[in-house]
Design a binder for this molecule. Structure first.
Ligand code: C5J
Length: 227
């Protein structure tokens, strides 16, 4: 059986490789560029750009092997009906969700700041899940789409590691998906939180799943496809 060399032990790939999907969480301008949601919360948004080249490589590999790809954005309706006041008001940020900012209204679907960064822009036909919460399964049709396509394995990437990425991985693990978090394709505003997340998901025999580098993921896929 083909596997990805990973921690805490090898990650077995499914017999049919198209049952493994790449999941890219929230690589949107609101988190990576000045003037967005991440910035309004007081973060150094430049830190997240380090993973962009690695994500481009992974995206290219999944596209060339014609494997499923799901991107997400953290997005709210323009009337904010899906944004609880607890989320909007928490921390009293300089700009709240829905307020006008330099890239349009903060974290609102369809606004310029809510778009995925151009380097990772989805191709026509690729799926983007807009999610109102931190986890990609909460109030979205992600699980329905995964079931419809018989997807059992999720290769998880994106930002931020300890918030939307980890929440999504835990939601997926509880639903029975085999999850691998790509170490150099996820990033946090807090390097120590990223490191802690990598360690906690793979602790206790992979209690939430596996971790591996992007190179290890791509080498594992090539074993199967001979690409
Ligand atoms: C946050 C996310 N950090 N995508 N969202 O609010 O992790």
């Amino acid at each position: 059986m083909a596997a990805i060399s990973a921690q805490p032990f090898d990650y077995p790939l499914p017999a049919t490789l198209s049952q493994a999907a790449l999941v890219i969480i929230d690589m949107q301008r609101d988190f990576l560029e000045p003037g967005g949601f991440g910035d309004a919360l007081g973060n150094d948004v430049g830190l997240l750009r380090a993973i962009v080249p690695t994500l481009q490589q992974l995206l290219a590999a999944f596209r060339s092997l014609e494997l499923p790809i799901f991107q997400t954005t953290e997005s709210h309706r323009s009337d904010l009906a899906d944004c609880p006041p607890s989320k909007r008001l928490r921390g009293n940020p300089a700009l709240k969700i829905g307020d006008p900012g330099p890239m349009g209204r903060i974290l609102i679907e369809g606004e310029p700041g809510n778009a995925i960064i151009p380097e990772l822009a989805p191709l026509p036909g690729e799926t983007v899940i807009t999610k109102p919460g931190k986890g990609a399964f909460y109030n979205t049709n992600l699980e329905f789409l995964l079931k419809t396509h018989d997807i059992t394995h999720l290769i998880i990437t994106g930002v931020t590691t300890e918030v939307c990425v980890q929440t999504t991985m835990r939601e997926a693990n509880d639903r029975g998906y085999e999850c691998l978090l790509v170490e150099d394709a996820t990033e946090s505003y807090f390097p120590e939180f990223k490191q802690a997340t990598l360690e906690m998901v793979r602790a206790q025999g992979g209690i939430v799943g596996w971790t591996a580098t992007a190179e290890q993921v791509m080498a594992g896929l090539k074993q199967v496809k001979g690409a």
